[in-house]
Design a protein around this ligand. Structure first.
Ligand code: IMP
Ligand code: MG
Length: 180
């Protein structure tokens, strides 16, 4: 690890703003699934903090599981294919499944992933994303149920999001100012 390569990061969404919005989404989910249970699926690694914060605001019986996928592609863009690197521990058939994603960019990853989940016959399938860059979308079959923030077409890091695996631990969402 080369620690000398640090970037200048401009805060775009503060921790307070992000957590406030996540609390609102948690409340909306609690209301929607009143009397039922939910099954949160954290898409690793980017959704780590979003899932943790969201789960605290869902006042319902809740199970949390994790999936890790890689999308083939280089640099800051993704291609169409995905590979499941770590799958869920249990079947999700008959569950109120809520997919928790960090960001939807081209939409390629989610487009593929939602097909995988649909094929496992959940009772309901809900998609939550912390961030959405609609200007970048190349697919038309990704319908988001809950969006934290719609953001412009800029590369962001923090609150789970990385640049080359760095900056996930920043408590806020920021733009990298000097991205070469
Ligand atoms: P998509 O398949 O193009 O929608 O890309 C989704 C994935 O690309 C996300 O889960 C992120 O891992 C990554 N990604 C897209 N935009 C950004 C960004 O601005 N910052 C960090 N990661 C990003
Ligand atoms: Mg990522």
């Amino acid at each position: 690890m080369d620690y000398s390569k640090q970037h200048e990061i401009e805060v775009y969404l503060t921790e307070e703003q992000v957590n406030k919005r996540i609390a609102e989404i948690g409340a909306a989910i609690t209301e929607k699934f009143q009397g039922e249970s939910v099954y949160l699926i954290c898409i690793l690694k980017g959704s780590l903090f979003f899932t943790a914060e969201l789960a605290k605001h869902i006042k319902l019986p809740t199970i949390i599981d994790f999936m890790s996928v890689s999308s083939y592609g280089s640099g800051t863009t993704s291609s169409g294919d995905i590979k499941i690197k770590k799958d869920l521990e249990e079947p999700i058939e008959g569950e109120n499944v809520i997919i928790v994603e960090d960001i939807i960019d081209s939409g390629n990853t989610l487009s593929r992933l939602m097909k995988v989940f649909r094929a496992r016959n959940p009772k309901t399938l809900t998609l939550c994303t912390l961030l959405d860059k609609p200007d970048r979308r190349v697919v038309d079959d990704v319908e988001v149920d809950y969006t934290g923030f719609v953001i412009p077409d800029e590369f962001v890091v923090g609150y789970g999001l990385d640049y080359d695996q760095q900056y996930r631990n920043l408590p806020y969402v920021g733009f990298i100012k000097n991205l070469e």
